[in-house]
Each structure stands twice: as C-alpha cells, then as structure tokens.
Write a protein that binds this ligand. Sequence first.
Ligand code: USQ
Length: 384
Amino acid sequence: MNVLILGIDGYIGFPLALRFLSMGYNVYGADNFYTRRRVKAVGSDTAIPINTMDIRLKKIREKTGKSITFFKGNVSNPQFMYDIIKKSSPDVIVHLAEQRSAPYSMIGLRQAIETLDNNINSTMNLIYAVKDIKRDAHIIKLGTMGEYGTPNIDIPEGFFNIEYHGRRDYLPFPRSGQSWYHLSKVHDTNNLMLATKIWGLTVTDVMQGVVYGTRTEELNEYKMTTRFDIDETYGTVLNRFASQAVLGMPLTVYGAGNQKRGFLSLEDSITCLSLIAEHPEPENYNVINQFDEYYSLNYLAEKVKEKYEEIYNKDVEISHIDDPRIELDDHYYNPEHKKLYELGFKSRVKLDDEIYNIMNDLNENRLRLLRLKDSIMPRTFWKS
Ligand code: USQ
C-alpha cells in the first residue's frame, strides 16, 4: 500500500509518517515548509527543536532501514499536485497541508485571503488530481470540530435527520465556523461532498478536535521530535497552558473559560488517522468526529496548575483575560464521536500523563522556551 502525506513536515504529519512506516506502508510525503516559515514570521519558533527534513529522512533510513520519498513543493500549485499523485500512485492520501491557525487567518485581509486560497485551492487540486489519475485512492482530509461551531443542540458526525414543516430529510449538519480558518475547512467539506457525488471518490473528512502532546510511540522509539508551537498564533490551548506554567507565567484563559472543545493527544490522533486509512468506505463521503474527550478550558487550566504544582512544587496562577476572539465562552456542547470507537479506537494516553510529558520535554528545552516568551500573549483580536 502506498500512502501520500501532504504536510509531512508538520506536528501531525511527521509522526504519522513514522506510524505508517511501522505499519509496512510505502510512505511518500510532500511539504513546502510553510509552517516553519510562518511561525518564524510571527516572531516564534517550535519550542522543541526539530531536525531539517534531510536529517529526518537520513535518521529514519538509519533507524528503520526504510526510506520515505519526499517531494518539496506547494500543494496549492495544481501542477505539483498532479505530479506527486502520478509519481506516488497512492492508495491513501492524508491531506494535512493547510494553513492551520485560526488566529493567523484573523490578522488581516492578506492573511484571511492567504488562508482561504491556500486551503480551498489545495483541496480542489487534490480532488481533481485524484479524479484524473487515481480515482480509487482514499482521501483522508483533515477538517476540524470547529466547523460545527457551538450550537445549542447535539452535534452529529456530519449528517442528521431533520423534520421541518412536516417533511423529513437526512442532511449535512449546519456548519458555523468562527474564523476564516474554520470557514476554509467548511468550504473544503462542501467541495469534497460534491466531488464524491459527481465522481464517486472515496473521502473521509475528519473533524478533529484540539491536539496536545509532544510524544508518540515511534517518536519515543527513534528518539526523534515533532514541532511544538506555543505562540499566540500557532500554539493550541493545552500546549500553551503547559508552556506558560513552565515559564512561570499566568495561564491565559480567554474570557469566562467555560468554552468546551473536543481534545485528543498526538499519539491518539496518529492512531485514529492510521485506523481510518485501514477502513475506507469506497465511493462514499464519510465524516468522522475525531476527539477523545471534551473539556472546558477552566478544567484544563486547573489540571495544568494542579499537575505543575504537584511535580515542581511552585505556584501557578490562572488569569482570565479578555477573549481576543468572538466566541461563546459558556455554552452547551455535546458532539457525537462513535465511529472511531466502532473502528476499534481505544485511547492510549491519559491527560495527566501527557501534561506531565509536555512539561518534562519543555523543561529540557527551557532556555529555548525563554527566548520565545514574547510570542505568548495574544496580539490578534478578532474585532480589530
Ligand atoms: N484559548 C484560551 N487561551 C489560550 C489559547 C486559546 O483560552 O491561550 C481558547 C480559545 O479561545 C478557544 C480554545 O481555547 O476557545 C481553543 O483554541 P485553540 O487555539 O487551542 O484552538 P483553535 O483555534 O480552535 O484551533 C486549533 C488548531 C486547528 C484545529 C482546531 C480544532 O489550531 O488547526 O482545527 O484546534 S477545534 O478547536 O476543534 O476546531
């Protein structure tokens, strides 16, 4: 089986490649190092050092005796997308190569358009390249739980039964993204759904929650690292709280902190994606909500505080600051997530243990972390 990972240099892409290698796949990957550049452009860097792609590939060869075929280039360029689909003839394609930061997309018009262009174009290129070259390839597309927003009713996995004015139908659940980034994923969802209807493509659209953690089984085994962002633009909330605790800064809970989101560890995210790769639904558009548990931000801040104080015996402050985003900070939240469990998913990571690992790994890189301190406080305000 050939698998092509678009965005193989990223937080998820790199450990996913190691997992596919260990499962016996022939692994191909593409990246243009956009995230490395963008994070530096917003004045930050990965808090845990990572190797260049050349060194990554060399280490993998030395440790596993296997090679990854790497294509450097931009998947928003149709010619590049067609070339790599031809060369890799993939059975499975995992598309992780989109601009992934909601705050980045809200900085201004340039960043909003860049996010929409980049994300929508790359998925359209993928759809057409697969239709023209390898129609039976299984497209696994990374969407986001944020596509649904926070409606005052339960959230199904993509579709729901609805009765309106006495008539019934099974329809896509309404999407309500709260940033241009989240909306770019909604547009991808619509484009993939239509493409599947017209050409019978095989698509799994993964509505993923917020990912946290520094480790996976293979990263540990090969003593390698994946990037870890903590800045206001690219860092996600739990990873940021852990870094703030290590830096002795107050944990920045935005607003009341009763926002609830689905979360999963990096290890679990990789496991879910590889499980999905093994279970295509041919010629179908399938939606999977991918998270393990949902938590409120207040709960997570308290957890990080408790863990840090217990291990390092130093006080941690929690600070509720004005929410830079436009979002409900207290709401109903009950998303379904049955399909992954039906495929056999079992979480292997306990929240407390992974918080401990993150803190440990950050402490080992304390000097580097200190240099990134200025990138932590929010500077991107949805309303400005
Ligand atoms: N938040 C804080 N304090 C912080 C940072 C964030 O309270 O210091 C809050 C935000 O206001 C938000 C929640 O934490 O309510 C999550 O924010 P986030 O930055 O961790 O996550 P988000 O912007 O939603 O995006 C991230 C990834 C994105 C992925 C998404 C999954 O960057 O690629 O799609 O998580 S989800 O949130 O389920 O849509």
